[in-house]
Write a new protein. Structure first.
Length: 256
């Protein structure tokens, strides 16, 4: 298997509540993988495990076949992993361009050079800005580059957040509810943008999302978890027809 990111047997508990109980999944290179399940199923906890924000009691995480259990969150960026969060956390009084560029600053390297604004640091800043401009074009944000993010519609802010994650040059992108709070038009546009990021930029994607129509349209493969455990996995068509998934999650919406 051409694996990019994998976890095995992940267990996380908070007091007496087990959030993840022996969960495993694999993100293959070049694929868009969905992670779905009811509220409280453990999806965000698992996301935090994969990006090293959440400690775990047992199990392991692998990136490109290498165990990364000992890595810290900031080290994940240098391995080519980036993520977004459920709640937008942008610099609302800064422009779209500056917000996207902040994602690239994690790759600046020597902080002393940046503080002294050496020629090397200036060159790096120009490279970060050039990449931010390219990302803005990919995300249809060119017309908003000089606008303060706080003035943008919600769907545009979601795109800016995505752009900031892409500025760190990830090879794999973890999206936590990328269309939550978006209207139908914003959802459709973000769906196409995620596809574009995957196909044109070659970025593997793992996404948590409650919008089942969007998940079924955009994902190559889907994992379903329930009560902190693996329930099912398969192609969108297989998941749509799985009786256990229908019973636990999709209900009358299995036809989506």
């Amino acid at each position: 298997m051409n694996e990019h990111l994998r976890c095995e047997g992940i267990r996380v508990s908070f007091g007496g509540v087990v959030a993840c109980d022996d969960i495993s999944l694999t993100v293959e290179k070049g694929k868009i993988i969905g992670l779905i399940g009811p509220n409280g199923a453990g999806k965000t906890t698992l996301f935090n495990v994969l990006t090293r924000f959440q400690p775990y009691e047992s199990g392991s995480v692998f990136h490109d076949g290498e165990n990364i259990d000992a890595l810290r969150p900031h080290e994940m960026v240098h391995r080519g992993l980036a993520r977004t969060f459920q709640n937008i956390n942008l610099f609302k009084d800064q422009t779209t361009l500056r917000n996207i560029m902040t994602g690239g600053h994690s790759l600046m390297g020597d902080p002393l050079q940046a503080m002294l604004w050496t020629p090397s640091a200036r060159q790096k800043e120009r490279e970060i800005e050039d990449r931010a401009l390219e990302i803005a074009e990919t995300l249809n944000l060119t017309s908003e580059l000089e606008n303060e993010v706080g003035n943008l519609p919600y769907g545009y802010q979601k795109r800016v957040e995505l752009g900031r994650a892409l500025a760190s040059k990830p090879s794999i992108l973890l999206l936590d509810e990328p269309v939550a709070g978006c209207n139908d038009d914003e959802t459709a546009e973000l769906q196409e943008i995620i596809r574009k990021v995957n196909t044109e930029l070659g970025v593997s994607v793992l996404l948590v999302e409650h919008d089942m129509k969007m998940v079924m349209k955009v994902c190559d493969y889907i994992y379903v978890i329930n009560f902190g455990s693996n329930l099912a996995q398969g192609t969108p068509e297989e998941i749509r027809k799985d009786p256990e998934v229908i019973k636990a999650y999709l209900g009358e919406e299995e036809h989506v």
